[in-house]
Design a binder for this molecule. Structure first.
Ligand SMILES: O=C(O)C1=C[C@@H](OP(=O)(O)O)[C@@H](O)[C@H](O)C1
Ligand SMILES: C=C(OP(=O)(O)O)C(=O)O
Length: 449
């Protein structure tokens, strides 16, 4: 991942004037991969429309294929995919699942292994070996599975052997207790399969913090949208899922990825001008739904005009007017921290983004990576126990550099955002954006006209 391995860093374009762009954002990673799992848990085919086609969803479809689920891509529309679960609902065992660096694959697919007819082996990118896995696997062990670790305990790679018998329907709901303060995906991964347990699931979170709560609410909503009965008691940190036969509707339309809209809408604040994103939902379970409010607090004007029946999120700003936010709790939406950090480098006052200590276990240690890269271009930032502080420096002291992306899509888009206002920025391994955006460079240069 160093410069030596990627000899041709991508020269990030600077904005030569105010922007005026409409950018169409592909489907949500989080919704796409939840729908793929829920479709696989059903008993009839489901057609997903507007599915994200990027590395993380290809990995999910590859995992499902290994388990005996068919994913047929519409030959005319590559974002329309029909998912057919295995005929008897039993997933194939004695198979290999490759997770890449995708949190949603490594934390959501293990639950399916409970219903496989043999052991399922999981592996991923070497960088994924650093990502925490243990709580979700502990949860599966509490449900009777056996987990064999082939490297470090609690990390990829590992093999899950399903129990000979699942917890009995005569019992109450299976009780599972895990500490999910390292990632909301541990809770989501168990809630997604809870309906299939003969007595259902009662899941208690024993940790102090619950990061990314909107993502857990998204899981509850999606399970219920598939006919499940999931309930949250967020104060008690307990979730229950009643036994149910899950079945998504025949056709499900995926919303655009609102977190992936952040670099583009944020570009309007850094460069000045207007950027709009079509098909912005009126209501959403995506944490990216919080983005317009955050951008407004930073000084942008945000509106949601409708043209020809399409609803847009439109963000307008004047270059050089970004407001720092002081203490800024981002517990709910940590995944947009890198994009917000890029904007805040150009703010008029310091910001302490807090509630995001768990970003140290994301694709890379994002807090360390952000501090490194902000300092690399002459900015000022430091790690906090639970976040990062970004302090303003005069804009003319910022300078170009070859910026590292750490095989992290959001660090690559972070660097591109910096490059809008700092000439001479280039980005190592910009192709890593393929994790969730199949054509980031095309979209970015298109936005700049
Ligand atoms: O469930 C999901 O789809 C996600 C949950 C969040 O994970 P963390 O809770 O680990 O931050 C988020 O950051 C990730 O990008 C997607
Ligand atoms: C944390 C992220 O991804 P993952 O789904 O791999 O956890 C992210 O996309 O910001």
């Amino acid at each position: 991942m160093s410069e030596t391995n990627y000899p041709n860093p991508w020269p990030a374009p600077t904005a030569s004037g105010p922007l005026d762009a409409t950018v169409t954002i592909p489907g949500s990673k989080s919704l796409s991969n939840r729908y793929l799992i829920l479709a696989a848990l059903g008993f009839r085919p489901v057609t997903l429309v507007g599915l994200l086609r990027s590395r993380d969803t290809e990995l999910m479809m590859g995992a499902l294929a290994a388990l005996g689920v068919r994913c047929d891509v519409d030959p005319n529309v590559e974002t329309t995919v029909t998912v057919t679960p295995p005929a008897n609902g039993r997933f194939h065992g004695d198979v290999d699942v490759y997770c890449g660096l995708a949190g949603t694959v490594m934390r959501f697919v293990p639950g399916l292994a409970l219903f496989a007819d043999g052991p399922v082996r999981f592996d991923g990118d070497e960088q994924a070996y650093a990502r925490p896995m243990k709580p979700v696997l502990d949860g599966l062990e509490q449900l009777g599975a056996t987990v064999d670790y082939h490297g470090e305990t609690g990390r990829l790679p590992f093999t899950i052997t399903p129990p000979a018998e699942l917890p009995s329907a005569d019992d109450d709901a299976a009780h599972v207790a895990i500490d999910s303060s390292g990632s909301s995906q541990f809770i989501s991964g168990l809630l997604l399969i809870g309906s299939r347990l003969p007595g259902g699931l009662e899941l208690a979170h024993t940790g102090e913090k619950t990061p990314s709560l909107p993502h857990i609410r998204m899981t509850v909503a999606d399970v219920n949208g598939a006919g499940g009965r999931a309930l949250a008691d967020e104060d008690a940190r307990v979730w229950t899922v009643a036994p149910a036969d899950l079945q998504l509707p025949e056709r499900v339309v995926v919303e655009p990825d609102l977190s992936n809209a952040a670099p583009f809408l944020g570009a309007a604040l850094i460069a000045g001008g207007t950027v709009r994103v079509p098909h912005w939902p009126v209501e959403t379970t995506q944490p990216g739904g919080l983005l317009p409010g955050y951008l407004e607090r930073m000084g942008a004007t945000v509106s949601f005009p409708e043209h020809d029946g399409v609803r847009y999120c439109e963000v307008t700003a004047e270059r050089g007017t970004i407001r720092g936010l002081g203490d800024f709790d981002l517990t709910a939406a940590g995944e947009i921290a890198p994009s917000l950090a890029a904007i805040l480098v150009f703010a008029d006052a310091p910001t302490r983004m807090i509630g995001i200590g768990h970003l140290r276990g994301h694709e890379t240690n994002r807090l360390e990576a952000l501090v490194n890269e902000i300092r690399r271009i002459g900015g000022e930032a430091r790690e906090l126990p639970d976040g990062i502080e970004i302090a303003p420096v005069p804009c003319d002291t910022l300078h170009g550099a070859v910026m590292e992306s750490y095989a992290d899509h959001r660090m690559a888009t972070f660097a591109a955002m910096i490059g809008l206002a700092v000439p001479g920025v280039s980005v190592v391994n910009v192709a890593t954006t393929r994790k969730t955006l199949p054509d980031f460079v095309g979209m970015w240069t298109g936005m700049l006209g």
